[in-house]
Design a protein around this ligand. Structure first.
Ligand SMILES: [Zn+2]
Length: 147
């Protein structure tokens, strides 16, 4: 099992992080194998690093495919998030806790139940809370609780 550090363009970073893009099309110049681990460094079009939560995650190659219309030496592989956050498996999700109900719509404050640290999410409505905690990277359940 190898660990591959790959550059990831910023326009794909959110889709990788929220799980809607669980695949990559890459030139296979690294000898990718099923079971290998991918870590991403997010970059802009100039190749400069852009900090993003996906950099705190690890992805396992679940399936590797060559040919089938792909150029020689290129491959598609499926990925799944296997991030081990603070020794706890990725599947253990957190949720947003409403710690300070606002007096008007959109002024509630929230913290992550896993890390309980900044950032607080305020000035947003529940349906636009992030799917992952930008602080610790924990996936968040699609409902909130009052603290
Ligand atoms: Zn957190």
């Amino acid at each position: 099992m190898k660990i591959h550090n790959l550059k990831l363009r910023i326009e794909f970073a959110d889709a990788v992080l929220d799980g809607t893009k669980p695949f990559e099309i890459r030139e296979n110049d690294r000898g990718y194998q099923k079971g290998d681990i991918i870590k991403y460094e997010v970059v802009d079009r100039m190749g400069l690093n852009v900090p993003h939560s996906v950099e705190n995650h690890e992805y396992e190659i679940t399936y590797l495919l060559h040919g089938w219309g792909l150029k020689d030496d290129w491959c598609v592989f499926g990925t799944r998030d296997v991030t081990d956050l603070n020794g706890k498996k990725h599947a253990e999700a957190g949720k947003w806790l409403r710690v300070d109900p606002g007096v008007t719509l959109g002024t509630d404050k929230y913290i992550c139940s896993k890390c309980r640290e900044e950032p607080w999410w305020c000035g947003v409505t529940e349906d636009v809370l992030p799917k992952y905690c930008p602080n610790c990277g924990a996936p968040m359940l699609p409902f909130v609780s009052d603290e």
